[in-house]
Design a protein around this ligand. Structure first.
Ligand code: URA
Length: 238
């Protein structure tokens, strides 16, 4: 059962305030009967809800793209830390979305937030090899020998051999470098540990692409938007 106002917000009829107004203006019917109380509960499987006579097509899933800022953990609740869900408006949290995978507290960039459990399971499955592209700033001078080490598979401190990846050096100076790395696996702190393995420290880490979906450059850190239909389709086809 869902509250009528929540259902309408989630189906694209406006903000909570706007849909409550529509309901109070007696423009909404449930099974043919005018309902003017926003808190009434409706059964989305059985009840027919109409706005000005038009049947409401109920949306089951929500898909958001967040440009995660540093300082927030990728969780729905945390006793001590601020979570990425705190950056999402209440009306976009009605369907109870959660972060699809994790970025470290100090990592910024693209984080998908959704309630589509099947999609989430597929894109995070190690078998699907979904690509995640990162922009990385490190405190050492990267060169062709590092490209070679990455292309053969970096060995982490615990002995794990990473899959071969391309290290694309964007610029390199004696005091630091910037580069891009695309991962198809997701070990704990993987990027930081890969650079530690070549005696380099990650100073700044930003995810710029996930599963072929690019971070929207119009989003400032802390801002989010709904995915477009095309972007949702990319996720659903994984
Ligand atoms: N690798 C890391 O080390 N941290 C992240 O947040 C993502 C990938």
């Amino acid at each position: 059962m869902k509250r009528l106002d929540n259902l309408l917000v989630n189906s694209g009829y406006g903000s909570r305030r706007e849909v409550q107004k529509i309901i109070r203006q007696k423009k909404v019917t449930v099974n043919g009967e005018i309902i003017n109380r926003p808190a009434v509960h409706v059964d989305i499987l059985k009840d027919e809800v109409c706005v000005l006579g038009e049947k409401v097509l109920y949306k089951e899933f929500v898909y958001l793209m967040l440009n995660k800022p540093a300082g927030f953990v990728s969780a729905t609740h945390d006793k001590f830390e601020r979570t990425v869900l705190e950056l999402i408006d209440d009306e976009d949290k009605i369907l109870e979305p959660y972060p699809v995978g994790r970025l470290d507290k100090d990592t910024v960039g693209l984080l998908i937030i959704s309630n589509d459990g099947n999609m989430c399971h597929r894109v995070l499955s190690p078998k699907r090899h979904v690509e995640k592209k990162y922009f990385v700033r490190v405190d050492t001078c990267l060169n062709s020998s590092h490209i070679e080490i990455f292309s053969k598979g970096v060995i982490l401190e615990d002995g794990y051999k990473c899959k071969p990846v391309e290290l694309k050096i964007l610029n390199s100076t004696p005091t630091g470098s910037e580069c891009e790395v695309v991962l198809t696996e997701g070990k704990f702190h993987q990027i930081k540990r890969m650079f530690e393995a070549i005696n380099s420290n990650v100073l700044y880490l930003k995810r710029i692409e996930f599963c072929g979906i690019e971070l929207d450059e119009n989003l400032n850190e802390g801002e989010y938007r709904h995915l477009t239909d095309e972007e949702v389709n990319i996720l659903k086809l994984v």
